[in-house]
Design a binder for this molecule. Sequence first.
Ligand code: NDP
Length: 327
Amino acid sequence: MFKALVVEKNEEGKTHAAVQELSLDQLPEGDVTVAVEYSTVNYKDGLCIGPGGGLVRNYPHIPGIDFAGTVEASDDARYKPGDKVVLTGWRVGEAYWGGYSQKARVKADWLVPLPDGLDTRQAMAVGTAGFTAMLAVMALEDHGIKDGPVLVTGAAGGVGSVATAILANLGHPVAAVTGRPETTDYLTSLGATQIVAREEINETTKRPLEAETWGGCVDAVGGDMLARVLGQMKYGASVSAVGLAGGAGLPATVIPFLLRGVNLLGIDSVMQPYDNRVRAWARIAKDLPMDKLEAMIQPATLSDLPDLGRGILKGQVKGRVVVDVKG
Ligand code: NDP
């Protein structure tokens, strides 16, 4: 028997999440069975645990869009018992049972071997948010980061914290946008060289073009924030659009693209091919300082998850929640 956070839906359509004991024969079919050690809390997990059910396809459901652990059994030649593995994406935790479970059975294609230099706890301190932050930085690099500060929006959140730490470690000046002034010391400790209040961006003129300010941007917020930022980018600079914590709309004009050659790069962590995932995890192990990663961690257990799910949807979570699933 093993423990998992199971979300059930009753006849009135109300969902309820609770830790339950399950047996191995209840797991879905798959090539590899993993003893899960750690998982995390991402924005999508908040949606999947919460009352609306968000992205959940079928009930009962085990959320958790990422996990790291040790292979227990494998029908696939690429993995053998004892191998350390990490999983992000592929709609695990949404359409398929996810990482809030001491055992998970998944397709071998969805896994990657844990890179040298990271243990399973560190891998989940990174998690989907940090993996996506790395993809966003790599996309900026592919298009060329211009001189000047690189802006990170939603900086105190998961994606923003990891993006700030990686960019600073690579030697870029980082301007961190936050709506929580109390996170200033935290963001500075991650390497931010400038703290920008959320209102400073949101309440700018709404003219399609403003002073050329940012050499690149990792945007976790979308909405009005992204629209304003587009008009503040340096000529030819790029914005990696990662998230929509501030809204899915984009009330922008085409002017920054036409007159400043700004690139808007969409970042999707879910369907990344295997080689890209391996490349991004290797870069994380190399370019993310582990002491800064430690500073981002908020530890949690399976039974904390319903509260944490509500918190992340309200933008109240700082850094990265690491769920000790095995404990
Ligand atoms: P978090 O909740 O940890 O961080 C989001 C941050 O955005 C908050 O901490 C807050 O930062 C800021 N924020 C929240 N609400 C607002 C608002 N109304 N206006 C302006 N800023 C706001 O989430 P994650 O970092 O894990 O994820 C961020 C986004 O990225 C989410 O939308 C998520 O779904 C998406 N995402 C996308 C992925 C992809 O593959 N494209 C993968 C992973 C995540 P602060 O307090 O500093 O202002």
